[in-house]
Design a protein around this ligand. Structure first.
Ligand SMILES: Cc1ncc(COP(=O)(O)O)c(C=O)c1O
Length: 442
């Protein structure tokens, strides 16, 4: 093992501008992680922390899994980098073909990116270019949804629906509109799995079609289960209705499966879990188990074929220096091998009932106003402290970390999404700790 990293002594002066972090607050009272294995992290002082968030929704097979570590080590020694623009290397083709085998039938083409944000923007650009390739170039509008998160690049930010992520970054992309979100505590609080009410929120898309003229709309993008905005599970019938409306008007339906992909929902992809097929889906995170940054956009064969009709030449003027990076592909192949050997792409389905019961056992705990779950994801929503939204959940998060469990908070919502190798006793430990932490804050 490598020598443990030095414990930094003066973080307040550190050069590291931390992302999505209250830098000054964090650097005064840091929470550092220095080592990881399986279901656990260890702090630099050697304190063990149970990982209730799979890192950041990405370490689906658990940490430092030998097949993945060895694959990356082998690859870095053999070939560190090679381009994929008008050149190629075998491992990128091998990984794409392996991915196509676990994708739903008819999704046999994969475009590589380096992150979920790049996957979202790539999916949107493919949708726009596809409409043009099939003679529908008048379609340029993009529809997202309130409380959607599609990363932080300009396309994903524009279709995303989180106000804080957009408000200081200017006018953004033209031709974007949003459907309303599906969160409805008045009717759906404490739903187990898909909420019963809210399929009619999909009619919002009909409204936007009437408003904009559907022949101007290129694509609709949604997360099958909205993750970052606080785990919003689609109401029964909602995704089906979105699919129908998109088909009716020739709109490309994009699922952002950056969180829901690679087993989190008990099936390889959420489209299979909910039995609703998009036209394009974007992934990242669990694609390489978070080991090396990478994203992948899957398209229906018919979309790829539409690009292959014109004269010979570059069919899509898009790509990244690191699309199909050899180390990421090696990590991805090691990841798929690990998923296959341990049945991890479907394991969540066998744990889901236990997980759901453990989560919902917190009902009645003070401050908790909702509990919701799907696959191996759960959210516990707290009543905001008057005049201080987000503070209560943040304090619970800090308490949980101090007690040895990593959870995640957005606003007053606690989200848990552990590695898919989790055991039942560890599920109990996570929810026990959440309960104690929530109870202990004002
Ligand atoms: C649904 C979804 N899309 C896109 C992203 C952005 O991914 P990244 O942070 O890798 O750019 C995320 C990240 O959490 C996500 O949850």
């Amino acid at each position: 093992m490598n020598k443990p990293a030095e414990i930094p002594t003066d973080l307040e002066r550190s050069a590291f501008w931390m992302p999505f972090t209250a830098n000054r607050q964090f650097k005064k009272a840091p929470r550092l992680l220095a080592r990881a294995e399986g279901m656990h992290y260890w702090t630099p002082e050697g304190r063990q922390v149970l990982d209730g968030t799979a890192g950041l929704w990405c370490v689906n097979a658990g940490h430092c899994r030998p097949k993945i570590v060895e694959a990356v080590q082998r690859q870095v020694a053999q070939m560190d980098f090679a381009p994929t623009f008008q050149m190629g290397h075998p491992i990128a083709f091998e990984f794409a073909d392996r991915l196509a085998k676990i994708a739903p039938p008819g999704f046999s083409r994969v475009f590589f990116t380096n992150s979920g944000s790049e996957s979202a923007d790539t999916a949107l650009k493919i949708a726009l270019a596809y409409q043009r390739a099939r003679g529908e170039g008048h379609r340029f509008k993009l529809i997202g949804r309130e409380r959607g998160y599609h990363g932080v690049n300009f396309g994903g930010m524009a279709v995303g629906g989180l106000q804080y992520n957009k408000r200081v970054f200017g006018p953004g992309v033209a031709g974007v509109d949003h459907m309303r979100h599906t969160h409805d505590l008045s009717r759906n609080a404490f739903s187990r799995g898909q909420p019963a009410h809210g399929a009619e929120y999909a009619e919002e898309l009909e409204r936007l079609c009437a408003l904009h003229d559907p022949s101007t709309i290129a694509a609709v993008i949604v997360e099958p289960v909205a993750g970052s905005a606080g785990v919003l599970v689609p109401p029964k019938g909602y995704l089906e209705r979105l699919r129908e409306i998109c088909t009716k008007y020739g709109i490309v339906l994009i699922f952002d499966e950056v969180i829901t992909g690679f087993g989190r929902m008990g099936a390889p992809f959420a489209s299979q879990r909910f039995n609703v097929m998009p036209d394009i889906f974007s992934t990242a995170k669990g694609l390489t188990n978070g080991t090396v940054p990478m994203g992948a956009v899957f398209t229906r064969d018919s979309i790829f074929e539409a690009f292959m009709q014109g004269p010979d030449g570059i069919e899509l003027f898009h790509g990244y220096t690191y699309s199909g990076h050899p180390l990421a592909c090696a990590a991805g192949i090691g990841t798929l091998d690990t998923y296959a050997e341990e049945g991890l792409l479907t394991r969540a389905s066998t744990l889901e009932r236990y997980w759901e019961d453990a989560a919902h056992a917190l009902k009645g705990t003070r401050h908790i106003i909702d509990i919701r779950n799907s696959g191996l994801i759960a959210a516990i929503e707290l009543e905001p402290r008057p005049g201080a939204p987000g503070k209560r959940a943040y304090e619970a998060f800090v308490k949980a970390f101090e007690s040895g469990v990593l959870i995640r908070v957005t606003g007053d919502i606690i989200a848990v999404s552990p590695p898919l190798i989790i055991e039942k006793a560890q599920i109990d430990r996570i929810f026990d700790c959440v309960k104690q932490s929530v109870q202990s804050v004002d």
